[in-house]
Write a protein that binds this ligand. Structure first.
Ligand SMILES: Nc1ncnc2c1ncn2[C@@H]1O[C@H](COP(=O)(O)OP(=O)(O)OP(=O)(O)O)[C@@H](O)[C@H]1O
Ligand SMILES: [Mg+2]
Length: 496
């Protein structure tokens, strides 16, 4: 590299060990001005860790960081911000009880004689939003009133206001709708044209090829390769990521479906749906398609006893169920693995093993027998099946990578050995290799005669794994499709 083509950022020989894991082993990364650089790798590959080092959240054991030609030591996030590095986190961390404007200028208050001038704050915020093309967010509302996507926009605005040259986005699209993704990409392009370097992490392949200029691949903490995106394609990229050929990830054999296992009749739930009916058969994988906000999650929560129902029947194998709460639902053999791992049921301070067995334990206690060894064994097996990456099942869940936390949620519900398994966005944030494992698992469950309901926003995934697809629009069932009727066009038409 000559001085002429000085890089915006160079991370060289970065090594980081946590007790029992070498998260990064001499990793290289070079970012140029005005480019989007994707960081790719399976769950636990070390992507977030590398970014946290850049942000000064962790200190590397070895290695060197050069920013605009100058070797720097980044002691903490505040220092990173000062140097022009900002991060939009995998799990956003805004201050909920402060206004949008307050959040943006948190570290850089326009104060006069010690007093903060609110009017100046609001004006500056609005200017910033205009510059970035951010619409529909008021500078005065509290952060907690915003949607996930809006919070993200605010975080980006915050980065820009801090005059960031490097902006890190760790899975920014994992919880936002397609329309919001488009919006985000527009803003990314604006930033790129202003010369900002963007480090972008995502498990969504199509996104990567749409938005990135360069791709760097990590595998198990090792630096594998770096290349311009147009020199790679999905197949090549996957091979670099998983280190082996991965045949078509959907190779599903349609299952032979049996009699009706679950019937939901005229379900009514305030603010969610007026009259929803559907049937799930034995051995069937039933997909629920819909836009973000169509009410799929809420409908399933109503079935599962998490929401109060105003009417309707839930019938399992001909028997009417009395589900008043989640406990009842689990006792009837239902399970719902939720999309939101923070909101529902992961205890970050506790071990993988504890988190996996928690629902099961209650079950056992009810019948009076607790078989701790058996429980540990099962947790261990499931953890292996799902390839949860950790040094042991005693590891605290909070230390796992994002995707691996998602696998713990799944394992937890599988352990209850349900007849009916409802999976809400089961592969969100999960890498392509593990996705395939999960698809195989779903197929296996169906073959054992269970009923599986899958909610997914990824259309190819839903089409790839479902025997039948039900479309949901504004809290109502629009259509039901099987076999060759299932096409992207057909489904999209219902969702419009
Ligand atoms: N604070 C920590 N303490 C102990 N181990 C950690 C800690 N943070 C990360 N690790 C471990 O380091 C490895 C890399 O994790 P990291 O979060 O960087 O992965 P990732 O590539 O971001 O994965 P994902 O795609 O799932 O988000 C994992 O094995 C993880 O368990
Ligand atoms: Mg991560």
């Amino acid at each position: 590299m000559t001085m002429m083509e000085e890089k915006l950022l160079v991370m060289h020989g970065i090594t980081k060990e946590f007790p029992g894991v070498r998260a990064l082993d001499h990793v290289e990364l070079q970012l140029e001005k005005g480019t989007v650089h994707a960081l790719m790798g399976e769950n636990g590959a070390g992507k977030s860790t590398l970014m946290k080092i850049l942000m000064g959240i962790y200190q590397p054991d070895e290695g060197e960081i050069t920013l605009k030609g100058q070797t720097v030591k980044i002691d903490n996030p505040k220092k990173a911000l000062k140097m022009g590095i900002s991060m939009i986190h995998q799990e956003l961390m805004p201050i909920p009880d402060m206004s949008v404007a307050d959040n943006i200028f948190l570290y850089d208050y326009p104060a006069k004689k010690g007093f903060v001038q609110k009017s100046v704050l609001y004006k500056k915020t609005e200017e910033l939003f205009r510059e970035l093309g951010i619409e529909g967010v008021s500078s005065r509302v509290f952060m907690k009133e915003l949607s996930q996507a809006q919070m993200q926009m605010v975080e980006i605005a915050k980065a820009v206001s801090a005059k960031a040259d490097v902006i890190i986005m760790d899975e920014p699209t994992s919880a936002i709708s397609d329309h919001e993704v488009e919006n985000l990409f527009r803003i990314i392009c604006t930033l790129r044209s202003k010369g900002v370097g963007i480090l972008y992490i995502s498990h969504k392949m199509d996104e990567i090829f749409k938005i990135s200029d360069y791709i760097t691949v990590l595998r198990d903490g090792q630096y594998i390769d770096s290349a311009p995106s147009d020199k790679l394609n999905q197949e090549k990229l996957v091979r670099l990521m998983v280190g082996r050929e991965l045949k078509s990830i959907y190779d599903r054999h349609p299952s032979v479906t049996g009699e009706v296992m679950l019937e939901v009749k005229h379900l009514k739930c305030k603010g969610v749906c007026e009259d929803v009916s559907f049937k799930l058969h034995k051995g069937e994988v039933l997909g629920f398609a819909g836009l973000v906000g169509a009410g799929r999650t809420e409908i399933m929560e109503a079935v599962f006893g998490m929401r109060k129902r105003q009417g309707g029947d839930i019938i399992k194998e001909g028997k009417k169920l009395k589900i008043c709460n989640v406990r009842d639902a689990i006792d009837y053999g239902l399970a719902l693995a939720s999309e939101d791992r923070k909101k529902f049921g992961l205890f970050l301070e506790l071990s993988i093993s504890y988190n996996i067995t928690i629902s099961w334990l209650k079950h056992l206690q009810k019948s009076g027998i607790v078989n701790r060894r058996g429980e540990r064994e099962k947790a261990g097996n499931l953890s292996k099946d799902l390839q949860i990456k950790s040094s042991s099942i005693k590891t605290r869940v909070g230390k796992l990578s994002g995707g691996n936390q998602q696998k713990v949620v799944l394992a937890k519900w599988l352990l209850t050995e349900p007849d009916i398994l409802i999976l809400d966005e089961p592969t969100r944030g999960i890498d392509i290799g593990a996705k395939k494992e999960i698809y195989t698992l779903i197929e296996q469950l169906a073959r054992e005669g269970k009923g599986v309901i899958v909610i997914s926003s990824e259309m190819p995934e839903l089409i790839g794994i479902s025997d039948r697809i039900i479309t949901v629009h504004e809290g109502a069932v629009k259509g039901s499709y099987t076999g060759t009727e299932i096409t992207q066009e057909r489904i999209m038409m219902d969702l419009g």
